[in-house]
Design a protein around this ligand. Structure first.
Ligand code: RP5
Length: 176
């Protein structure tokens, strides 16, 4: 599966199986909301190893600036892609049915020196942070994205402030 959301994608969002999509979709939506062009592909480090190598080797030439790779189990996808490119690779460990994702987390994060994978959290924070990190990297050279990131951070602050007001109000009711 390979779907381009725009003509010139800047981010390659790759997952090891279509079964990962439900967990990865929030990353796609965040990139889209920031206006970052991306393409989505299913490529397996183990089932389609040649394709994984070719994808990573050709990504830079096609204008991709960052690769986000999500995989579960023996999650070698991000590492294999990182081995075949000098682009930054962000790894999303997917919690599969076994071991609560610890297998994927360790497989993604424990890379040898010289081949980094910027590994984000297990669970729902992972895809969100992968997308935000990709935007932050792109924003180093894009003032429009930097401004959107400021607005995003501000929205997080507002959410916490509202949460505090809500909890204080609940406490007042308990004390009365
Ligand atoms: C990994 O194995 C995939 O990334 C997925 O998380 C996991 C299971 O894949 P399927 O057996 O559901 O295709 O390679």
């Amino acid at each position: 599966m390979k779907s381009k959301c725009k003509v010139s994608p800047e981010v390659g969002l790759v997952m090891g199986s279509d079964s990962d999509w439900a967990l990865v979709e929030p990353a796609f939506k965040i990139l889209r909301d920031f206006g970052v062009h991306c393409e989505v592909s299913v490529i397996s480090a183990h089932r389609t190893p040649g394709l994984a190598a070719r994808y990573a080797e050709q990504a830079g030439r096609r204008g991709i600036k960052i690769i986000i790779a999500a995989a579960g189990g023996a999650a070698h996808l991000a590492g294999v892609l990182a081995a075949h490119t000098t682009l930054p690779v962000i790894g999303i460990p997917i919690a599969s049915r076994s071991l609560n994702g610890l297998d994927a987390l360790l497989s993604t994060i424990q890379m040898p020196a010289g081949i980094p994978v910027a590994t984000v959290a297990l669970g729902s924070a992972g895809p969100v942070n992968a997308a935000v990190l990709a935007v932050q990297i792109l924003a180093l050279h894009r003032a429009d994205l930097a401004a959107r990131l400021q607005a995003y951070k501000q929205s997080l602050k507002e959410k916490v402030k509202k949460g505090n007001i809500k909890v204080q109000s609940l406490l007042e009711n308990i004390h009365e």
